[in-house]
Design a protein around this ligand. Sequence first.
Ligand SMILES: CC(C)(COP(=O)(O)OP(=O)(O)OC[C@H]1O[C@@H](n2cnc3c(N)ncnc32)[C@H](O)[C@@H]1OP(=O)(O)O)[C@@H](O)C(=O)NCCC(=O)NCCS
Length: 177
Amino acid sequence: MLLELASDPEVTRWFSWGPYTELAEPEAYIARCALQREQGTQLDMLIVDHELGPAGIIGLSEFSYRDRRCMVGTWLGSSHWGTHVNRESKALVAHLGFELLDMNRIGAYSNPENVRSTKALEAVGYVHEGVLRDWHRHDGRFLDVNIFGMIRSDWALGDQASQQVKIEGEIPAAFLR
Ligand SMILES: CC(C)(COP(=O)(O)OP(=O)(O)OC[C@H]1O[C@@H](n2cnc3c(N)ncnc32)[C@H](O)[C@@H]1OP(=O)(O)O)[C@@H](O)C(=O)NCCC(=O)NCCS
């Protein structure tokens, strides 16, 4: 399913990876996820729509446990764009980050030309804080990125915290620091 969702060049257009062309690529990604979970460095999750099935990936990364912050990143198959999926998956992950992992800040990046992603972050309450110049190297070129942040106190007062969220299962031990 990941192969199908991310074989679309529109989906991975702004990423340093993809589009996927063969099964070995998502399989290698899934294997990396297991290692990152053990190490407490990246917590990626499959987004599954109750009716339509797997929709994409959302994850927390770049943890600073001392400063209680991390970053969120999301990609969705294009048939899920413009639906409830982005808003709801972001609400789930914000609950996970702020309530269960005791983070104080969740940040996000977008490419300044990726208007859709920028708008989608702002629509769920991420504040545009500025531009990090030459932050990211893509195909040998250094690119600027927008930096966004949501602070625990913004979240608590906003629409994301008011959404009903139910989290089941255990949090991998390496993230509980
Ligand atoms: C980024 C992503 C997760 C957002 O999810 P989404 O379902 O597309 O987002 P939404 O539809 O909720 O929000 C997009 C917003 O941008 C607006 N928009 C979309 N294209 C636009 C454009 N070209 N110009 C201006 N606004 C645009 C939409 O109208 C919407 O605004 P609204 O909520 O005010 O109506 C999804 O588009 C995606 O997976 N993209 C590919 C991967 C990616 O770029 N990930 C982000 C990396 S930083």
